[in-house]
Design a protein around this ligand. Structure first.
Ligand code: NAP
Length: 248
């Protein structure tokens, strides 16, 4: 359909799961795509080899989204390679679940740094470029857990709730420059991340989903496409749930 023809997108955590679905969707809609990963270099290389063609430029970068200096270097390298960034999708994320009584400081810090600080790192460094262009769409991957909390995920829920506050604030700061900033709150999506959950947690989630099924990465990617393309041109500061009705 070419909804992203002529646009350039940077997607963090594009080597697996939801991020990989976003990379594939954006390329299929005509965008030039840069994506990051932390350690899955083989997977990243495979995706690049599969999707690169005369019509589509795709490049992968190993970059720890939690690291402020690496994020700065990443934005610089992507701008050198692609000349512009129209869409930033802050998708990289991890879980390190534990009940609060057992949660270590390290588990807290790791999740906050990878999930929340990363969003600050990338958004901060891309902002000057988007301000100069007077255009941009920033999409931050939150979670329904950030909206209603979840026992055993205090660190994760706090990071995802923080993303929602950050998203609204940035939307208010830069809306006048034609830069939009939105969040997506997926429910229970079938990826490596949810594969890690125990059966009891999975059953509890499933029983609460009105649509009685897990979501697919592509269904989240479709929402990114909507927000990243001109279809979402008057939407900013919002959090859109993609959760089969779970957040109802
Ligand atoms: P996933 O399958 O575990 O994939 C995570 C991706 O993030 C991978 O590409 C991984 O790279 C990358 N990543 C992890 N830490 C990173 C870091 N420090 N720097 C750069 N990249 C890093 O996860 P997913 O299920 O697709 O989740 C994607 C996003 O959606 C996350 O923010 C997650 O919190 C959110 N989400 C997921 C669900 C769900 O049900 N799956 C629900 C709500 C929200 P490597 O491959 O190199 O490790």
């Amino acid at each position: 359909m070419g909804l992203l023809k002529g646009k350039m997108a940077l997607i963090t955590g594009g080597s697996r799961g939801i991020g990989e679905s976003i990379v594939r969707k954006f390329v299929s809609e005509g965008a030039a795509v840069a994506f990051t990963y932390r350690s899955s270099s083989e997977k990243a290389d495979k995706i690049v080899a599969e999707l690169s063609s005369a019509h589509s430029k795709v490049k992968a970068y190993q970059s720890d989204a939690a690291d402020f200096a690496q994020a700065e270097l990443l934005i610089k390298s992507v701008l050198e390679d692609f000349d512009k960034i129209d869409i930033l999708v802050n998708n990289a994320g991890i879980t390190q679940d534990n009940l609060l009584m057992r949660m270590s400081e390290e588990q807290w810090d790791n999740v906050i740094n990878v999930n929340l600080k990363s969003v600050f790192n990338l958004t901060k460094h891309v902002m000057r470029h988007m301000m100069r262009n007077r255009a941009g769409s920033i999409i931050n991957m939150s979670s329904v857990v950030g909206v209603f909390g979840n026992a055993g995920q205090a660190n994760y829920a706090a990071s995802k709730a923080g993303i929602i506050g950050f998203t609204k604030s940035v939307a208010k700061e830069v809306g006048s420059r034609n830069i939009r900033c939105n969040a997506i709150a997926p429910g229970f999506i079938e990826t490596d991340m949810t594969e890690e959950l125990d059966d009891k947690t999975k059953e509890a989630f499933l029983s609460g989903i009105p649509m009685k099924r897990l979501g697919q990465g592509e269904e989240v990617a479709n929402t990114c496409l909507f927000l990243g393309s001109d279809l979402g041109s008057y939407i900013s500061g919002q959090t859109i749930s993609v959760c089969g009705g779970l957040n109802t």
